[in-house]
Design a protein around this ligand. Structure first.
Ligand SMILES: COC[C@@H]1[C@H](c2ccc(C#Cc3ccccc3)cc2)[C@@H]2CN(C(=O)Nc3ccc(OC4CC4)cc3)C[C@@H](O)[C@@H](O)CN12
Length: 293
């Protein structure tokens, strides 16, 4: 049966054999995993080997409460403005948090508590209700930590996530409005900065990265925080390979996590290592449609 037959109508005078619905399609001549997905599988394998379980990150739309307030990120923080965050217009608001937890978060922001003086501002409920495209997978980590805190007996957790996050960034050769964040989180009694350095050193060692340096940094939800650098032999220079820290008590204690539990975490992206590994200079060559303008 050809196009000409269909156009001329000559097919009407011909006898065709019955259609074989069991027939297999023509085998594709070639096919390969997208570079990002290959690196994602590599990272996932490393986390699984290190005894981490994967978090459920299948919710791009998040609530400001979990993305910011639960992380002790103040409501006037610039990252919470529309020029940094994609807010969702419908449904504009949602309420996905237990009342008594909300009250503890409101108090720790406005009045302090747990040894903290807080931020001393008038915390607004409707700010927390705003829906957005999550700006980091740390929002999911917060949900997981809260869930663990509700268990009768706290059990240590080792969780990881590798999924899309969205930021209203200025686009350039290495930044798009979305990227994949990779995050590892460990919650246990009396973890220290040494444990954090040890675990991400092992993570990067498995990636073939050994010469690490750290620099103090600031995150609203971790104290202390460190930027992580490595000397890249191929690029012959020091490059930033991630960020890390110990979640603050102002984030953990309102969740109801027992005293003495510390939570260490580190993060990086999927795009940067993939671009370096496969030699992409422009992120659009990695994720954009191949359009020759
Ligand atoms: C807005 O930018 C955020 C993103 C992304 C990033 C940064 C921080 C976190 C985090 C975190 C965090 C901290 C504390 C607690 C929980 C999560 C996650 C992703 C990368 C983090 N970065 C990054 O991935 N760089 C990187 C990572 C691996 C790598 O491997 C190569 C084989 C050698 C190469 C480079 C560093 C920079 O690229 C940075 O400019 C861009 N960062």
């Amino acid at each position: 049966l050809t196009t000409d037959m269909l156009l001329s109508g000559s097919w009407k005078n011909l006898k065709f054999k019955d259609y074989n619905f069991e027939a297999l399609g023509a085998p594709p001549s070639s096919g390969f995993l997208h570079p990002l997905l290959k690196v994602r599988s590599e990272f996932r394998q490393i986390f699984l080997e290190m005894g981490f379980n994967e978090m459920p990150t299948n919710n791009y739309v998040e609530n400001s409460f979990w993305n910011f307030d639960a992380l002790f990120q103040p409501q006037q923080h610039p990252a919470r403005d529309a020029h940094d965050t994609f807010f969702v217009s419908f449904p504009q608001y949602s309420h996905t948090f237990p009342e008594e937890y909300l009250e503890r978060v409101k108090n720790v922001h406005s009045k302090g508590g747990y040894g903290s003086q807080g931020y001393g501002y008038n915390w607004q409920y409707n700010e927390a209700q705003k829906n957005l495209l999550r700006t980091h997978t740390t929002a999911v980590s917060a949900r997981m930590l809260y869930k663990a805190a509700q268990e009768k007996e706290f059990a240590p957790i080792k969780l990881f996530s590798i999924d899309k996050v969205f930021r209203n960034e200025t686009l350039d050769a290495t930044h798009l409005a979305e990227f994949h964040q990779v995050e590892g989180v460990i919650a246990d009694y009396h973890l220290s900065l040494g444990d954090l350095i040890g675990v991400f050193t092992e993570f990067f060692r498995k990636l073939g990265i050994t010469e690490l340096e750290f620099k103090p940094a600031y995150n609203p939800y971790t104290e202390p925080s460190m930027e992580i650098f490595c000397f890249h032999p191929g690029l012959k220079k020091w490059i930033e390979i991630g960020n890390s820290g110990i979640f603050r008590p102002e984030m953990l204690l309102p969740m109801g996590l027992p005293q003495g539990i510390t939570v260490i975490a580190w993060g990086l992206s999927l795009e940067r290592p993939t671009m370096i590994k496969y030699g992409f200079n422009n992120i659009r060559d990695l994720v954009g449609p191949k359009v020759d303008l």
